[in-house]
Design a protein around this ligand. Structure first.
Ligand code: GDP
Ligand code: MG
Length: 164
């Protein structure tokens, strides 16, 4: 069966936007504010000669910060249990936050391959300097992308597929 790739990250970092852009259609619901979205959603994706199943683990996303971390931990556990490779998505505009570090610790301990992706880098020249702080997560090189601008996908997908 095909490898499974799960996207994990805080509400509003752009998981569903990235998922839809890779799937080539609007399957996941993109929301302008964090909130309740649909359950886990799957799409079959082909990159070059590789096929895999992608999961948007967004599910039901909380609005209050005290339960965001709990929800992220649950998403991360689903990804650890079911995925071959995990895309950990962060947001260059919000920067590195405490919940990112906590979930990164959990992913690192799982020993699953994790690809650290920094979204909303809509302009590589303008925002590249803000990407470096994500090295502090200890998950290796951060891959800058713009999910809405469809930038950086090639490098990110090469890295994902290198783990199959
Ligand atoms: P999710 O909660 O992680 O699934 O995030 P969504 O995909 O619902 O996106 C949350 C918000 O971020 C929406 O307003 C998106 O339009 C916006 N967004 C997603 N990707 C990008 C991006 O690459 N650049 C910018 N500027 N905004 C983005
Ligand atoms: Mg979503």
């Amino acid at each position: 069966s095909k490898p499974v790739v799960a996207i994990v990250g805080r509400p509003n970092v752009g998981k569903s936007t990235l998922f839809n852009a890779l799937a080539g259609e609007r399957i996941s619901i993109v929301k302008d504010t964090p909130g309740v979205t649909r359950d886990r959603i799957y799409a079959d994706i082909t990159w070059l000669d590789q096929s895999f199943t992608m999961i948007d683990t967004g599910g039901i996303e909380p609005e209050s910060s005290d339960i965001i971390l709990k929800s992220m931990r649950e998403q991360a556990q689903i990804a650890i249990d079911t995925a071959d490779v995990i895309i950990f998505l962060t947001d260059v505009r919000q920067g590195l936050v405490d919940a990112d570090s906590k979930v990164a610790d959990m992913l690192r301990r799982s020993h699953k391959p994790v690809v650290l992706v920094v979204n909303k880098v809509d302009n590589f020249e303008k925002f590249m300097g803000d990407v470096y702080e994500f090295y502090n997560l200890g998950l290796g090189d951060p891959f800058p992308v713009s999910a809405s601008g469809k930038l950086g996908f090639g490098e990110m997908l090469d890295e994902v597929c290198s783990h199959f």
